[in-house]
Design a protein around this ligand. Structure first.
Ligand SMILES: [Zn+2]
Length: 264
């Protein structure tokens, strides 16, 4: 599932189309990713519009077009964005194609868990996420502490996956963050001491910014000493002390941690 850094990578693929006009829009109107959207309005409004800006916030992307037109994309489980030659013939899973003079911008989503939304107006769409960006000043120690307090009964692993508080954090990043902050995934938010809250926020910012820098740039792998390289291996060990990783389902998701570094 695309996480923060992968979303950033895909957003940048479409940036090749900035400041260029859309000459034609082709889409598969009956596909689930367009649920709730008026696909005729999308075609009519984006044809002839120029793409002027792209923004990623958490797992959502927003593309701004001239004339007060906004296209929101969520990649779901399997969505990807890419660029092709302007006369490309779309594949079966290429559900949205914006043709420009020099290229075609393509959204592909074989499993259809993604979503395409459209908004017309001068201001940002009302559905655009209100959660603060993790790299922003608004993602403060106070903000994190308040959010944890509001979800104090859930295991911390599940809380990290809430997009309303930690936009863009997905399963592997949550495990990486807890491992760095030395917090057991099943710990209740209410049980975290202030220094642990601080460590959690620091690890969240570190993992997000490093993932954006490394993966978001060219889809490279994170450094070898990250947990991500061990977490799917049957013989996976803690990169710090080589203790075999523990595994369980926490908050509905497969979770890996080091029982020595992250004692319950
Ligand atoms: Zn360890």
């Amino acid at each position: 599932m695309p996480e923060l850094a992968e979303v950033e990578y895909y957003r940048r693929q479409w940036d090749a189309g900035l400041r260029a006009k859309v000459l034609a829009v082709e889409l598969h109107a009956r596909k689930r990713i367009f649920r709730g959207s008026n696909t005729r309005e999308i075609v009519r409004s984006l044809t002839g519009a120029q793409m002027s800006e792209s923004i990623a916030r958490g797992k959502q992307m927003l593309f701004r077009f001239s004339g007060g037109n906004w296209l929101g994309l969520h990649l779901g489980m399997s969505g990807t964005l890419r660029i092709e030659a302007p006369d490309v013939r779309p594949g079966k899973h290429d559900h949205l194609v914006l043709r420009q003079a020099k290229r075609a911008l393509i959204l592909r989503d074989p499993r259809l868990f993604g979503r395409v939304r459209f908004h017309h107006g001068k201001e940002d769409p009302p559905w655009w996420s209100g959660a603060p960006d993790i790299s922003s000043d608004a993602f403060s120690a106070r903000y994190v502490a308040d959010f944890l307090k509001r979800h104090s009964r859930a295991p911390i692993k599940a809380v990290l996956l809430l997009q309303t508080g930690f936009p863009g954090i997905g399963n592997w990043m949550a495990d990486e963050i807890l491992w760095r902050a030395r917090i057991a995934p099943s710990t209740r938010g209410a049980a975290l001491a202030p220094p642990q809250c601080k460590a959690l926020r620091r690890a969240t910012r570190f993992v997000s910014s490093e993932a954006m820098r490394i993966i978001g740039h060219d889809y490279s792998d994170p450094p070898r000493n990250w947990l991500i390289h061990q977490r799917w291996k049957a013989s996976g060990v803690c990169p710090r002390d080589r203790v075999p990783l523990s595994r369980a389902t926490v908050g509905g998701r497969t979770t890996a941690w080091c029982a020595r570094c992250q004692p319950a």
